[in-house]
Design a protein. Structure first.
Length: 465
């Protein structure tokens, strides 16, 4: 079988042999920081304004069986498959979780819910949750790079959902202690379930977008559970027959799956922590916008029009997208007019409540670049912000690397402020501090029960909008 499926088997062998102790300390340390950030964003999604979270949790409460896994924000335990589905949906709802710019991924949104559910179910320590998240992120990254994320986008596929199913399968296999042969089948079963269409861009409620991360988490957990009980599955999903790489991409690079496996952890170490609640494509532009306004002492009343130059390859995702969090003509005016950007702005339309947002949004535009910006995408989400002012002047600035990238990391104070901001919409200061402490202490926690109990708590009313 080794000759029949070398890539699948090498990846399965790596997953089966992984332990928390085998991961490099710097990987575990950075994963701990990513997980703390992701947990804050995940819990914030319990806010009543987040319709996807409310809908999926209502669905799971109605249909799930009783189990050991927490349904976040509902003070209830359900089975691991449905917990992964619901909590995975919450993980991506606020669009504020860590992301991988080059691979165009949001793996933390998938891996925390996956790992939390199975750690609760299996009684695993906090260090294993961190290791599972790191492993899942790395496998997700490798699958996305092997498929070619730009090619996936060109075909209308969402890398986070497709590659995320494999990452969740790897994390689940690790936590269930699957042997190599079981991991081979687990990967095959994950491949059978992969899905992820960019058609969610046509849902202005933004329910369909995070639902795909919930599906990825569910797919991974289900694949691992089935493999553990002996269920059959494709044994060469990356190598032969109907290869999953070829099904999604016409320019696959299979070697990316195993290149530097075990020594290179780019899928973790290159993750960026978001300073803005929006699609990551807009983050360099948001930094450029803020820089322009601060440097020139601009107020929103001084701006006549906002334009954004962006790569043609990614412009379809940000140019007049009906999803507020993916719409340059909404996100940039909100930040310019209101002086901040909250994850709640994705669910409460500020064009209806703020006259300056409405005015700037009506004239904002995206200029599709087929030159330098397009060539750099997706390695860089370059954005040029052009401000036409009421006095006739035109100012511009280019953003290339956003704050929060490993090259421009957020400070500890920035991270603490972000955690306080997002969790402050759903809980009081004492709950926030306890949640932060539990998340930060996972590496040495004997189990995840303290964290899970805090996440189970319902949002505290009244909730500010």
């Amino acid at each position: 079988m080794t000759d029949r499926a070398p890539l699948t088997r090498e990846l399965a062998r790596f997953i089966a042999g992984c332990t928390a102790q085998s991961l490099p300390p710097e990987v575990m340390d950075y994963t701990a920081k990513l997980v703390t950030d992701g947990i804050g964003v995940l819990y914030a999604a319990t806010h009543p304004a987040v319709t996807a979270a409310q809908g999926i949790c209502d669905f799971v409460e109605a249909h799930a069986s009783v189990g050991k896994a927490t349904l976040i924000g509902r003070d209830r335990k359900v089975d691991v498959v449905n917990a992964a589905l619901a909590n995975g949906t919450l993980g991506y709802a606020a669009d504020y979780e860590p992301h991988h710019p080059e691979a165009i991924l949001h793996p933390i949104a998938v891996m925390i819910p996956t790992a939390l559910a199975l750690c609760e179910d299996q009684g695993r320590p906090g260090a294993d949750l961190l290791a599972a998240v790191a492993l899942g992120c790395e496998v997700t990254y490798r699958v996305s790079m092997a498929m070619n994320p730009r090619a996936l986008y060109d075909r209308g596929f969402h890398p986070s959902a497709i590659a995320g199913s494999f990452g969740a399968a790897a994390a689940s296999a690790f936590l269930l202690g699957l042997a190599e042969e079981e991991c081979v089948r687990c990967l095959g079963l994950a491949g059978l379930q992969t899905s992820g269409l960019l058609a969610w861009q046509d849902d202005p409620r933004e329910d369909a977008r995070p639902f795909q991360m919930g599906l990825a988490a569910r797919n991974g957990v289900m694949a691992a559970l089935l493999a553990k009980q002996g269920f059959g599955g494709p044994d060469r999903i990356f190598d032969g027959g109907h290869v999953v790489l070829d099904a999604y991409s016409g320019v696959a690079e299979p070697a990316q799956l195993v290149k530097g496996l075990g020594t290179q952890w780019d899928g973790v170490m290159e993750l960026a922590i978001k300073p803005w609640s929006s699609v990551s494509f807009l983050h360099p532009a948001l930094d450029a916008l803020v820089g322009l306004m601060e440097a020139h002492g601009l107020t929103p009343e001084m701006i006549d029009r906002i334009s954004l130059r962006f790569a043609e390859a990614g412009a379809h995702c940000v140019d007049d997208n009906p999803l507020k969090g993916h719409c340059a003509q909404y996100i940039l005016p909100v930040r310019a007019a209101m002086g901040r950007l909250s994850f709640l702005d994705l669910f409460i339309d500020r064009r209806e409540t703020d006259a300056q947002v409405a005015r700037l949004a009506a004239s904002a535009r995206v200029i599709r670049d087929t030159g330098e910006f397009d060539t750099a995408f997706p390695d860089f989400y370059m954005g040029e912000v052009i401000l036409d002012l009421m006095d006739g002047r035109s100012l511009s600035a280019i953003g290339k690397v956003a704050r929060g990238y490993p090259e421009e990391p957020l400070s500890d104070a920035d991270l603490a402020a972000k955690f306080a901001e997002v969790t402050g919409t759903v809980c009081d200061a004492s709950q926030r501090d306890a949640l932060s402490e539990a998340a930060a202490g996972l590496l040495y926690a004997r189990d995840v029960s303290t964290l899970a109990d805090l996440l189970a708590a319902r949002p505290v009313p009244p909730v500010d909008a």
